[in-house]
Design a protein around this ligand. Sequence first.
Ligand code: ADP
Ligand code: MG
Length: 415
Amino acid sequence: MRDRSTTSKLFYEERKATKIFLGLFYIFYISFELIYYYIFPNIYGRGITRPQEGLGIWIYIILFGLFPLAIYFIKQGNPYIVKYLYIYSFIVVDTVHNILIYYGTDKSFASGDIAEVVFILFSPIFINKKYFWTVSAGMVLKYIILGIILLDVQVVVPMVIYIILSAIAFIILIRFDSYIGSLTKVHEELRQNEKLAVIGQMAAAIGHEIRNPLSTLKGFTQLQQERYPNTNDFYPIMIQEIDRINSIVNDLMYLGKPKEVKFVTANIEEIIAYTLSITQQQAERNKVTIETTIAGPLPPIDCDSHQLKQVFINLIKNAIESMPDGGRVMIKVGVLGGNKMEISIRDEGCGIDDGLIPNLGEPFYTTKTEGTGLGLMVSNQIIQDHQGEITFKSIVGNGTMVIVTIPIVQVFGKK
Ligand code: ADP
Ligand code: MG
């Protein structure tokens, strides 16, 4: 839906630009021809007439013959081609024309044409770099070819003028382009935020409704387990699954109202040790071993330790899940540049394709059948709240390294 309307809007813009271009081209061209070859000679009585040599009247026939063709293409829904039709036709016709007139004569080359100025100066209206380069390079190339064939240095004059005009047009084009680029980005961000806000409100509302019955359910399940200790083989699984639902609900609620970060001074080793104790079971089930390297004595950091635990649990779980046949997870913690803590989590799993890395952290982006696609989103948010950064380095089939860096001291965030 959105794509279609965007395409059709772009289509109308292109059609508008093409019509403006056609109007300008013919108005300038006809005015110039009239003034230069008919009005001017009549006033001053001097005989400047349109050269009868070369293509003569055929130039008019060809250039005006393009008009019905242009209308046909616009009606056909292909306005994009019209501008190229004009520039290519013009360059070919004008080159042939000039060669026919000047080749083999010693007549001095009289060059420059209002049509060329229109082509170059108005090329930015299409906001198309390829077209701009076609026009500028085409014009310059035309004069280079003419200069070589006619052995006339006169061609340098229009070339220099057109290069200057091209530079002006280029600046205008680049400004347009960057302006439109920023507008598009702002819109994209707004749309993303809106989407998140709607999803977030919904998620928070549903999450809130689910949490209460869930805790009741868990309470009664635990009660049942105590009451019938000899038939309890399913209860641990039930409780575990309820916890899983609970953690998904928590992630969902994070979407709606990011919790306020409460910075305290905490010990990163303790945070890592806690996350390991939580993920240990899953690692064993998946035949994954986790190795931790702590580089030297580490300073305490300012952080919301509860939230950081959540981040590392998410990242370690992802690492474990990337190795269905088992393997190693290597965690390294160290100080980076004196003021940052770097925690890297490396796995020997499936890896992530380079092209997919921008999707990581998008809400609901997941490649797992049982995934929620919320883990990295929440982790990203938390690390951002800590003024830190998460980066991914990955080789498909080889493994992934997730690097988290956070400042050791929170300058503004400490409360
Ligand atoms: P989930 O784990 O529920 O799928 P996440 O937000 O945690 O959601 O991760 C999103 C996706 O990123 C995963 O589905 C997976 O495709 C990819 N991913 C994350 N971490 C890794 C990793 N260590 N190795 C390979 N792929 C990963
Ligand atoms: Mg995950």
